[in-house]
Design a protein around this ligand. Structure first.
Ligand code: E4P
Length: 220
């Protein structure tokens, strides 16, 4: 399973890239706004740090302008994945850009039927938002199960399921059990994945016992 980080914060991205576990980055207009930078500069900098796909979202809602924006974003670097919303014009843009060889991430997916349309439009990634469905007391994870099951029925579908709006480690674990291709995780959730109180407790005990031996591995 690939791990993307869902942020436009360069400090966080640099830090996480050093772990060697980062396969890509997703941004959206809200995250770019939060970064305080200009979208073209921010995306270019992220692409210089991360080799994998870096999603950059169009801001227009009509096909012609979305296509122009998508082409502009795609010019930044070969690893840019243009992000378009799941609308009629968004999917027309997806079809056109993917026909030109540009990676496209179709975002704001909330139903299996929308995911089928994105695959037909040649999306590289479909982004179903699990957390926002959970917020409405709907089951975000069952959407992932449905999309993974549908895509598996057709060898011709190459679209990868990119689980988005992840709020906690259980979302990630359930997505992995279902066979989703990618998870985009906020930095705090990536850090939570490492933690277990028994790991800390066990390490404390080992270190205490080791100190009692007076040994040093490098000193022998
Ligand atoms: C995905 O690409 C989106 O940027 C993101 O996952 C949305 O998450 P949120 O619902 O926490 O804003």
């Amino acid at each position: 399973m690939k791990f993307f980080v869902d942020t436009a914060d360069l400090k966080e991205i640099r830090d996480l890239a050093q772990t060697g576990l980062l396969d890509g980055v997703t941004t959206n207009p809200s995250l770019i706004a939060k970064s305080g930078g200009k979208i073209l500069d921010v995306i270019a900098e992220i692409c210089s740090v991360v080799d994998g796909p870096v999603s950059a979202e169009v801001a227009a809602t009509d096909f012609e302008t979305m296509l122009k924006e998508g082409r502009r974003l795609a010019k930044i670097a070969p690893n840019v994945a243009v992000k378009v919303p799941l609308t009629v014009d968004g999917l027309k843009t997806c079809k056109a850009l993917s026909g030109e060889g540009t990676m496209v991430n179709v975002t704001l997916c909330f139903s299996p039927s929308q995911a089928i349309l994105a695959a037909k439009a040649g999306a590289t990634f479909i982004s179903p938002f699990v957390g926002r469905l959970d917020d409405l007391s709907q089951n975000g994870m069952s959407l992932i199960a449905d999309i993974v099951q549908i895509y598996r029925q057709y060898d011709s579908i190459k679209t990868e399921v990119l689980v988005a709006s992840i709020r906690h480690p259980i979302h990630l674990v359930e997505s992995a059990k279902m066979g989703a291709h990618v998870a985009t995780l906020p930095p705090n959730v990536i850090r939570q994945l490492y933690n277990h109180p028994l790991t800390d407790k066990g390490l404390d005990a080992f270190l205490k016992d080791w100190a009692g031996t007076g040994q040093s591995i490098l000193g022998q």
